[in-house]
Design a protein around this ligand. Sequence first.
Ligand SMILES: [Zn+2]
Length: 76
Amino acid sequence: MTDRTATPPLRAVRIAAKCPICEKPGIVQFRPFCSKRCANVDLGRWLKEGYRVATDEAPSEDGGDGAEPGSTRQTG
Ligand SMILES: [Zn+2]
């Protein structure tokens, strides 16, 4: 008894991935981007962000209370 409902082959419904840069329909070759140029743009952004994270910045260094360097303070 082969009453098995043959499931129809799922149609390859490819969701047209929009280019995150210019929102144009992406190309398989450069997906999800529409062109190599847009891909590069995105890559550049990533690199920029990477640099930011890489930078080892010191926000605060020895909480100086308005003490200007150079002016000797006399205490006593
Ligand atoms: Zn694009």
